[in-house]
Ligand binder design. Structure first.
Ligand code: EPU
Length: 452
C-alpha cells in the first residue's frame, strides 16, 4: 500500500529544496502512470466541505499542493483519512472556524485557500484567506473572485495579513459575468452558488475538463448545475449537499509534460492513464511538431515521428492550447528545424524561464509586449508575451535554478536532453504538481543524482 500524504503541509518556494545533478544526452524511454489532476483533486477536496456526510476522492496524486489543501481542511476541523493507493476520505462533520495564524502556517505558497471562501461562508458565516502564493508566473490577482463573492452578498475586508469575509445572513444567487474565463473564478462561483439561495447565472465561464469534473463532483453531492455551449453556467442553489464518491479526471498537464519530454530527448514514453478526448488540442500540436503517438485503451505512447518541425502556437483557455503546456513544448521546439513562435496569452510572465534555456544553448527571443500576427485566433490581451525559438540548437549542460512548477519541469527535461552534466537547484517545487517525480525519471532511464 502506498501511503499518500503527510499531515503537515509544505510547499517549497522558488530556489528551495533538492539539487539534481543530471547527466544528459540519453533518451527517456519507458512507461509512467499519471493519476488524478492536481487542478481537480485540490478543488474536489475543498468541495467536500460543502457536504453533510463523508466524501471519498480517488486517484488523488501524491503532490505537495494536495498536502497543503489537506492541512487547510484539517485546521478547519475536517477529518482526512488516507486509505492508501490514492484514496482520501474527507469528513466535514466537525468543521470549525480556524485561527488566522493556523491558516497562515498551513497555506504555504498555494493559491487554493481562495476557494475555501464560499464553502466557509455557508458553513460558518465567515472566512479568512491568507496572502496567496502559487507559481510566480504573473500578478495572478484575485479581483474576479472577490467581485463574485461580493455579488453573492459577502462583505470583503482587506487586512494586512489577508482577507476577511463575512456573510452573517447567508449568500444569495447572483448574475455574474467574468471579464475573462478564469478557471479559479469559475470554481469560486460554482463552490459558492451551489448552496446560495436562488439561481446563479455565470457568463464567460471557464469550461476546462477539470471544471466539468468539478461540476460532476457537485452534482453527485446534490447540486443542480446546467450549462450552455456559450460559456454560460446556471446553478440552482439547494439547501443541503451530501458527500461524494469520485475518481478524479487524469492529469492532462502531466501527460503533456511527459509527451514533450519524449520529443525533447528523442525518447519513447508510454503515459498510462492519459486519454485522447481531453488532449485533442495538444495532440494536434504534437503531431504538427513532428511527434507521433498511439492511442490505447489505458494510455498514450509518445515519440518522435521524424525530424521536429517549427510551429506557431497561442496559449488559450479551453479548448485552446493550455498555458501549462507551452513550457515543456518550448524545450522540444529548440530541437525543431526552423523558427517557432509561442504566444503566451494567459499569464504575463510565463516566458522568463527561457533565459536559462538560452544559457544551455537555445536561441529564444522573448517579445515582452507580444507580437502582432495576421492569423491570430485569440484576440490579443494587453499582458501578452511571445517567444520566438530558432532551432535546432544543441543544448549543453548548465547550472540553473527552478523558477516555477512547469518551468522547473522544463529545465529538468532540457538538462536530460543536453550534453554534459547540469545542476538543477530547487527541484522541490516540481513536487507541487508531479507525483513521484524522481521515481518516474528513474523508470524512464534518466541518469541523475540528488546531490543537495
Ligand atoms: N485573473 C485575474 N483576476 C482573477 C483571476 C484571474 O485577472 O481574479 C487572470 C490571471 O491573472 C490570469 C488569467 O486570469 O492572467 C487566468 O487565470 P485563471 O484564474 O484561469 O488561473 P488559476 O485558476 O489561477 C488555474 C491553474 C493553473 C493554470 C490556469 C489556466 C489551478 C490551481 N491552477 O489557475 O495551473 O495555468 O488555471 O488554465 O488550478 C499549473 O498547474 O502549473 C498552473 C499554474
Amino acid at each position: 500500500m502506498n501511503t499518500l500524504l503527510s499531515a503537515s503541509a509544505s510547499t517549497p518556494a522558488e530556489g528551495e529544496g533538492s539539487v539534481l545533478e543530471i547527466r544528459g544526452g540519453r533518451p527517456l524511454t519507458g512507461r509512467v502512470e499519471v493519476k488524478g489532476a492536481k487542478n481537480l483533486a485540490t478543488k474536489a477536496m475543498v468541495a467536500a466541505l460543502l457536504g453533510e456526510t463523508e466524501s471519498v476522492l480517488r486517484d488523488v496524486p501524491d503532490i505537495s499542493d494536495v498536502q497543503v489543501v489537506r492541512s487547510l481542511l484539517e485546521v478547519h476541523g475536517v477529518t482526512v483519512t488516507d486509505d492508501g493507493d490514492g484514496v482520501l476520505r474527507l469528513d466535514p462533520r466537525g468543521a470549525v472556524s480556524a485561527h488566522m495564524e493556523e491558516i497562515d502556517a498551513h497555506a504555504g505558497a498555494s493559491r487554493i485557500p481562495i476557494l475555501f471562501c464560499g464553502p466557509l461562508l455557508h458553513l460558518l458565516g465567515q472566512a479568512f484567506i491568507p496572502d496567496l502564493g502559487g507559481c510566480r508566473i504573473g500578478d495572478r490577482p484575485i479581483d474576479f473572485h472577490l467581485d463574485a463573492l461580493r455579488a453573492f452578498g459577502a462583505t470583503v475586508d482587506k487586512l494586512p495579513s489577508g482577507i476577511r469575509l463575512s456573510a452573517p445572513t447567508g449568500l444569495k444567487g447572483a448574475n455574474i459575468a467574468l471579464p475573462y474565463p478564469s478557471v479559479g473564478a469559475t470554481e469560486q462561483v460554482l463552490l459558492t452558488a451551489v448552496r446560495a439561495k436562488g439561481t446563479t447565472e455565470l457568463r464567460n465561464a471557464a469550461i476546462e475538463p477539470e471544471i466539468m469534473d468539478l461540476i460532476a463532483v457537485l452534482q453527485k453531492m446534490g447540486a443542480i448545475i446546467s450549462y450552455e455551449p456559450n460559456r454560460v453556467i446556471f446553478i440552482e442553489g439547494v439547501d443541503a449537499l451530501r458527500g461524494y464518491d469520485h475518481r478524479s479526471i487524469f492529469d492532462r498537464n502531466e501527460a503533456a509534460s511527459w509527451a514533450c519530454a519524449a520529443l525533447a530527448t528523442d525518447g519513447d514514453i508510454y503515459v498510462g492513464g492519459a486519454k485522447q478526448q481531453e488532449m485533442l488540442t495538444f495532440l494536434n500540436v504534437f503531431r504538427k511538431v513532428g511527434g507521433d503517438f498511439d492511442i490505447h485503451e489505458d494510455g498514450i505512447r509518445f515519440r518522435r515521428g521524424g525530424a521536429l518541425k517549427p510551429v506557431v502556437v497561442e496559449t488559450d483557455v479551453h479548448p485552446g492550447f493550455m498555458t501549462d503546456w507551452q513550457q515543456p513544448l518550448i524545450v522540444a521546439l529548440t530541437q525543431a528545424e526552423g523558427v517557432s513562435t509561442v504566444h503566451e496569452t494567459v499569464y504575463e510572465n510565463r516566458l522568463g524561464f527561457t533565459q536559462a534555456l538560452n544559457k544551455m544553448g537555445a536561441s529564444i527571443v522573448v517579445h515582452p509586449e507580444g507580437l502582432a500576427s495576421p492569423d491570430r485566433r485569440v484576440p490579443r490581451r494587453a499582458l501578452e508575451q511571445a517567444a520566438v525559438i530558432t532551432g535546432p540548437t544543441p543544448l549543453h549542460a548548465a547550472d540553473v535554478v527552478v523558477p516555477d512548477l512547469r518551468g522547473g519541469y522544463s529545465y529538468v527535461i532540457a538538462a536530460l536532453a543536453a550534453d554534459g552534466t547540469s545542476r538543477v537547484s530547487g527541484v522541490d517545487i516540481i513536487r507541487r504538481g508531479y507525483e513521484k517525480f524522481f521515481e518516474k525519471l528513474t523508470a524512464l532511464g534518466a541518469d541523475f543524482d540528488v546531490v543537495g
